[in-house]
Design a protein around this ligand. Sequence first.
Ligand code: CUA
Length: 346
Amino acid sequence: MRSATKRPGTVVAVLVLTAVVMAVACSDGSPSTLRPGGPGARRLESLWWVLFGCSAVVCAIVIAGVVLVVVRRRRRGEISHRDPTRFVVLAGAVVPFVVLAAVYGLNLRDMLALTRPGEPASSGSPPLTVEVIGHQWWWEFRYPPGSSVVTANELHIPVHTDVKLILRTDDVLHSFWVPQLMPKTDLIAGQTNTMWLRADEVGDYRGQCAEYCGMQHAHMAFMVVAEPRAQFDDWLEWAGTAVRPQNPQQQRGQQVFTQMGCAACHSIRGTGADGEVAPDLTTVGDRWSLGAGTLPNDAQHMREWIDNPQQSKPGNAMPPQAVPPAAMTDLIAYLQSLRQRQEGTS
Ligand code: CUA
């Protein structure tokens, strides 16, 4: 029989392949806590390296011990008859207890620190509070009193600003996670959790539901958009009221929206549409995706989505809509126009 141990080449090949796969996984632009963009993730990154270092040292010592035993035994052809009790107590109980207690202490320190705004303190703008509500399978973000802004699956924040998130769920257990900015925080039925988030660089940070919550758990993604304060303030003011139709086609599209009954579930602020059970569409033309990361947001995919949302995201709450083709074209022209920067401007 040819075992892997008799073929060191196989072992080396497997190790190299594993290393390559891991290196690729870390470098393809995927969001990783090891590329932190804020104080929360930076703290986690430091802890990760400490844990990795401890594991590496312990692993190296254990492997060295095993190799030593094998080599000695082969050389002597016999087993030592010394009493192993002292060694077993020391290496099997005392040392692991000390190592695990130290690591647990570090974990507790960081867990405690993460319940407060990021350190060092931001010299930026005053803190912001946003309510995060998890739904099967999308995210609702409600901006603080004084603002009527509600978005879905896209959280705009000012850069260098501590953002207090108040997290709750409308149905089952979800978990809010932005790997580059903050740790996972569960959204638990009947309970409100809070967590702090801060981005120290302008940019888009991918987030994801990190707790299995049903069939479309994977399609419960979101984007955190961190902007300079002035740009964020403009956005917040703009996002409170929908853009008005700019031409006859968009006007017809708005009528289709009303007539088809879309407003029974969806809101578009500043119009009569005030449904509360589905994602707010006031800024839908601007969103990074449709269906919480299911489809790209463009006219063609929006048509596909409205026509039959069950095809690309089976089980979601939106039923297929029988909209005549011409009315569909108008409807999409209207919905796509709900964006901050109109086409033809920069
Ligand atoms: Cu929500 Cu998984």
